[in-house]
Unconditional design. Structure first.
Length: 424
């Protein structure tokens, strides 16, 4: 039992004893001494009670945090054993779901309605044995439910945070005011202010849905082992990951797509600067300096860069006169290699005359991600046994709802007009 509970019970006993003694009109000397002793004990216990609450507060916080994350870890353990081949066979043959897969599906159905079989986002992560660019991920690693969807995706490497939402919209209050600081100019004068502390809401809304259709042949359905499991996982992972990376940065904001970072730079309040010259480290360095002067980054090591391979090709071949040092070497000297992300999907191909490209710079200021990607519920897998009935195949449609939001535009910078060749 907690000390605070023991003290509370003892205080109740003391109050009851004092009430009995105080009700006597002519207490004896022993009873008077007993009242004095009980009164001193009561006052001492009040001090002990406050001290016990202070000591137990840390224990309660730690226990509460453990309870909050325990359910996440347990669910992550269940998802680690989720089998997509069971979903395919269930939709095709009506085979009952078993084991961890059945538990996960039942849990997701309780949280929201689905036309088909719900598949958790974490189930799309590649499992051990599948080599990716950064190596082989460990599927046993414990991760919270709200986490990166694809660990090697461009969006995650640029600092985007995945937010899973059960239903409805979610908003972040972001400070929009600038508090004024000033010195007292005289003995009776006032300091600067007052300044209104204002916030603006940045909302993620479930208004855009993306889908991928998959054809599973009869032969694949009969391969009920890991071959089907890994094939379905790879196809869905690749299709969903590539499209989500594209819309995070290049989403048009129309035709059902969310508004991406680059097309929506003015809406999100992102600074876009035209370099208007041959690509160089100096043009990127100027954007890094703007980050630092705006207190969005403490140094170049906290900045991430998204670039096209064509930019690397040009800068690596642009040597400084009289040296073997290239412009790319200068960039790598200041920006960690792990913070430089190459993409052919997240940035538009170079165009124009002369040929121009652009880069996107992001930083996480105060622990706030530069981009939020909201996903609603889980992936809804719907069965279509008719379209490929002649060949005995099965067509699956996976639907997901997502949105993109930038909390603070000052955490992103776009540099355009980086020329890759001299003008004609």
């Amino acid at each position: 039992m907690l000390d605070s509970m023991k003290i509370t019970r003892r205080q109740s006993e003391i109050r009851q004893s004092l009430a009995e003694l105080a009700g006597k009109e002519t207490p004896t000397d022993d009873e008077v001494r007993q009242m004095d002793t009980l009164d001193k004990e009561y006052r001492t216990n009040e001090t002990r009670f406050r001290a016990a609450l202070t000591a137990e507060d840390t224990e309660r916080r730690e226990a509460g945090a453990e309870l909050e994350t325990r359910a996440d870890r347990q669910f992550a353990d269940l998802v680690a054993g989720f089998e997509l081949r069971q979903v395919a066979l269930h939709l095709d043959e009506g085979k009952a779901l078993t084991g961890r897969t059945a538990e996960v599906v039942a849990e997701l159905r309780n949280a929201g309605g689905y036309r088909g079989v719900p598949v958790p986002w974490l189930a799309l992560e590649r499992r051990a044995g599948e080599t990716v660019a950064s190596g082989t991920p460990d599927p046993i690693q414990t991760r919270p439910i709200i986490d990166r969807l694809f660990p090697d995706s461009v969006a995650s490497r640029m600092g985007a945070q995945m937010i899973n939402i059960d239903s409805g919209a979610i908003e972040w209050p972001v400070v929009t005011s600038a508090v004024t600081v000033g010195w007292q100019t005289s003995e009776t004068g006032n300091v600067a202010g007052p300044t209104v502390f204002a916030t603006g809401d940045k909302a993620l809304k479930p208004e855009q849905s993306v889908g991928v259709q998959m054809k599973i042949t009869r032969k694949a359905l009969k391969q009920s082992g890991d071959a089907l499991e890994q094939a379905v996982r790879r196809d869905m992972n690749g299709a969903m990951g590539a499209e989500m990376d594209r819309v995070v940065f290049l989403g048009a904001g129309s035709s059902g797509e969310p508004l991406g970072v680059i097309p929506g730079y003015s809406t999100y309040g992102i600074t876009s600067t035209d370099a208007a010259g041959l690509a160089s480290w100096a043009a990127v360095r100027a954007a890094v300096v703007r980050f630092m002067t705006a207190n969005a980054a403490s140094g170049p090591g906290g900045v991430r860069i998204l670039a096209r391979p064509e930019l690397w090709n040009y800068l690596d071949g642009d040597l400084i006169d009289g040296t073997a040092v290239s412009e790319w070497d200068r960039l790598m000297k200041n920006i960690p290699a792990s913070n430089i992300v190459m993409t052919t999907n997240g940035l538009a191909a170079p165009s124009g005359d002369p040929l121009e490209t652009q880069v996107l710079l992001t930083t996480s200021a105060g622990g706030v991600a530069p981009v939020f990607v909201g996903t609603w519920g889980s992936i809804d897998v719907i069965r279509d046994p008719y379209s490929d009935a002649q060949s005995g195949g099965l067509r699956l449609t996976a639907l997901a709802t997502m949105d993109v939001q930038v909390a603070r535009g000052k955490q992103l910078e776009i540099v355009t007009g980086l020329e890759l060749e001299a003008g004609s």
